[in-house]
Design a protein around this ligand. Structure first.
Ligand code: GLN
Length: 285
């Protein structure tokens, strides 16, 4: 047997299980199981496998089984790249999406060379807070989440990417556990924003294996934006700014919520696929 034959077999199994990018996923899993990279794979793919590869072959079959059960690729390999950084992920956190880089990039652009005090609510894997601290050099970053399990993941990523105690992590349902005199220059959040009804129509990878707590924006998907719009201004320094990730069809509604809560200079940005993805507003006081 050769690596190429194994790859074909894996692709076919994943394809039969309804996995969308079967060939690509099979290749990622193969590289992971054999602890190798694409270059070595391309050189060695037609060589007969040696006896000592048995362990890797078994590992590849084990991973294929998980992926066939529609467990997300990144939960199997345990990692996902975001803003060029490598984040550990498990079933307790939303897998960082490329869409969310739109938010991180905008904050980095708006605060280049400045050192704002930043809060990331609903941090999940910590991908936004950690990439802002790392790439923006922001030294005062707080990240919070309602899930203790998610916070463990964020803390692990913080230590791996930034070193010990560079970010303050706080277990909190939005602002509930914050001191009332806490103030930030920037508040960012990618809250759960999928309407409950829509969740059952999502791919099984998301619907059955990513944390419901990170997806469900309740009845109309806007539950957390209402709370965020209402509460954020109390925790902002004068002229402070909020940046929220939004669903592709939520720009008008979220902009309106911010305006009603007294925010001005409301802006929005699209993601790489031209879907509305981020809304921001300034609180002048
Ligand atoms: N963008 C995610 C998805 O489509 C949802 C993220 C969220 O609810 N914050 O699955």
């Amino acid at each position: 047997m050769t690596l190429n034959q194994l790859l074909d077999e894996g692709t076919e199994r994943l394809s039969k299980a309804g996995v969308e990018e079967a060939a690509l996923d099979a290749r990622y899993l193969l590289l992971e199981a054999f602890h190798t990279d694409l270059t070595h794979f391309l050189i060695e793919r037609n060589r007969e496998l040696k006896a000592e590869s048995q362990e890797s072959v078994r590992e590849f079959y084990r991973m294929l089984e998980l992926r066939s059960a529609r467990i997300p690729l990144q939960q199997i390999t345990g990692s996902r790249e975001f803003m060029g950084l490598n984040f550990f992920v498990n079933e307790h956190v939303l897998i960082p999406r490329q869409d969310t880089e739109t938010l991180a990039e905008q904050v980095l652009m708006d605060y280049k060379g400045k050192y704002p005090r930043v809060l990331d609510l609903c941090t999940g894997s910590g991908c936004i807070a950690i990439s802002l601290a790392k790439l923006g050099g922001f030294r005062s970053v707080v990240a919070s989440d309602i899930s203790a399990e998610a916070l463990k993941v964020a803390q692990h990523n913080g230590e791996a990417i930034l070193g010990k105690d560079k970010i303050t992590f706080l277990l909190s349902d939005l602002f509930n556990a914050f001191r009332t005199d806490e103030r930030f220059d920037v508040i960012v959040s990618n809250p759960p924003y999928i309407p409950t009804e829509v969740i059952r129509k999502l791919q099984p990878e998301v619907r059955d294996h990513e944390p419901m707590l990170a997806l469900d924006g309740k009845e109309d998907g806007l539950y957390f934006y209402r709370r965020l719009a209402e509460e954020s201004s109390k925790y902002l320094n004068p002229g402070g700014t909020v940046y929220f990730e939004i669903g592709y069809d939520q720009k008008e509604a979220v902009s309106k919520l911010l305006a009603e809560a007294g925010f001005t200079k409301i802006r929005s940005w699209c993601d790489a696929a031209w879907f509305d993805r981020v809304v921001s507003g300034v609180y002048e006081k």
